[in-house]
Design a protein around this ligand. Structure first.
Ligand code: ATP
Ligand code: MG
Length: 419
């Protein structure tokens, strides 16, 4: 099965094609990236399209690079978005059958997922995706995979993600003008979680995914195996760079960005007191020498603010102090030295930088925390297909004809041709 994903960030637009093979149980055995394309974003900030033609150009660039790897142009893409206009809430629905015991079919799952979409939200919003958390059949204990089980009543608890229709429409229209048909839409922090969190992370304690990108910091929280929260804070790397530009009186953004990337740290105690750096590109035209600790303090202030907001979100889910909290950081801004220690200080939790896992190959260009949500979308789609039974239509890795059968067929053909 081929899965095409287009991830729309405000720094990078990235597309991947993945080939998924299953084992004899229908479980994914091999996920291989067959092509990818990355372009620098344009015309989109905080998830809003603000210059449509520029945005289309950036998307086209990513697609063009994908095409260079392969001689076909996929038209169906799953889209992954972010923005503070996206929200989510928990939802519970059920379906019952009056007749005798009923085998739960893929259509039943599709229907119950569809009924989850009818939540009460403001008319300006629309549902983006439904993430099943737990199914229960006839009051029995819960399951993640109800397919083919027997029962009279199926209950589903899920997390439903929705966003402001006008913002989503602007993205979809631009994509459709590029002949891209969105097969489905997902939300980046949830997808990123699938790239870097292990099954244990999902299942135990409070697992928090924080994606610090360019214009948004996205947060998703799983509590004891259930997705309970996803939201975006409109502050990230862009704001750090702007702070540097303003505080140091720099003429342009790129100079500030370069300083951040080459000299920036998240804490001043990581820098020696006598470490000075030359700063050029000032509005005054002068070159000045400043302690590197000054730069660290500018970055610290903004990162502290980001983690302060994350902590506020988190505190609502920290039911008791005894629940273990683990925070995994992804996104380009995690490249700042010392960010883990600062996150630990503010969030009072174990903190690590996420490592993308579960793929048989990851092109080196995609092996960065920036692309966690792109690759995670592939795994999220596979998880959804496993629940809805769509994986079962795949040819299994081992279910094809055995070597022996193929040889036997060839032998029969040759024999019949000869006689
Ligand atoms: N080594 C680094 N140190 C500090 N910041 C970095 C580093 N590498 C990348 N960044 C910053 O990461 C940001 C880009 O992050 P990312 O690639 O995750 O963005 P994005 O996903 O496109 O954005 P968003 O999710 O906000 O729409 C930029 O602000 C960039 O300056
Ligand atoms: Mg991002």
């Amino acid at each position: 099965m081929k899965i095409n994903v287009l991830n729309i960030g405000s720094f990078y637009i990235s597309g991947v094609s993945a080939d998924v093979q299953t084992d004899e149980r229908g479980e994914p055995a091999n996920i291989r990236i067959t092509s990818y394309g990355i372009s620098r974003s344009e015309g989109i900030t905080e998830g809003y399209v603000n210059a449509k033609e520029k945005f289309k150009h950036a998307v086209n660039e990513a697609l063009r690079k994908m095409q260079a790897d392969q001689d076909y142009r996929p038209e169906n893409f799953y889209i992954c978005l972010t923005g503070a206009y996206i929200k989510g809430k928990e939802q519970a629905v059920q379906r019952a059958w009056s007749s005798e015991m009923h085998y739960i079919t893929p259509e039943d799952i599709e229907k119950i997922m569809e009924s989850s979409r009818s939540i009460s939200i403001s008319p300006d919003y629309e549902v983006i995706s439904v993430h099943p958390n737990q199914f229960r059949i006839d009051e029995s204990s819960s399951t993640k995979r109800p397919l083919k089980l027997k029962g009279r009543k199926l209950e589903m608890k899920s997390y439903v993600v929705y966003g402001e229709s006008s913002k989503i429409d602007n993205i979809k229209t631009a994509l459709m003008e590029l002949k891209i048909l969105p097969s489905g839409v997902f939300y980046q922090p949830i997808a990123a979680g699938y790239a870097v969190l292990t099954q244990n992370d999902f299942d135990y304690g409070l697992s928090v995914l924080v994606d610090i990108g360019h214009s948004t910091t996205d947060v998703a929280i799983w509590k004891s195996g259930e997705l309970v929260h996803a939201s975006s804070i409109p502050i990230a790397g862009l704001h750090i760079t702007k702070d540097i530009m303003i505080a140091l009186n720099l003429k342009n953004f790129d100079t500030a960005e370069r300083l951040k990337l080459t000299q920036g740290t998240a804490r001043d105690d990581l820098v020696a007191e006598d470490d000075f750096i030359n700063v050029t590109g000032l509005k005054s035209g002068k070159t000045v020498e400043i302690p590197r600790r000054v730069l660290a303090r500018i970055i610290y202030a903004r990162l502290y603010e980001i983690f302060y907001h994350v902590n506020n979100i988190l505190s609502g889910y920290r039911a008791s102090d005894s629940i273990p909290v683990s925070v995994v950081l992804v996104g380009g801004s995690t490249g700042i030295e010392g960010i883990e220690k600062l996150a630990h200080e503010v969030l009072n939790a174990s903190v690590s930088i996420g490592e993308i896992q579960g793929f048989s190959n990851i092109p080196p260009d995609l092996e960065w925390p920036s692309f966690a949500s792109t690759l995670g979308t592939v795994k999220l789609i596979i998880e959804n297909h496993l629940i809805t039974g769509k994986m079962e239509n795949l040819p299994s890795k081992n279910s094809g004809e055995s070597k022996f059968k193929k040889l036997f067929k060839k032998f029969k053909k040759t024999v019949s041709e000869e006689f």
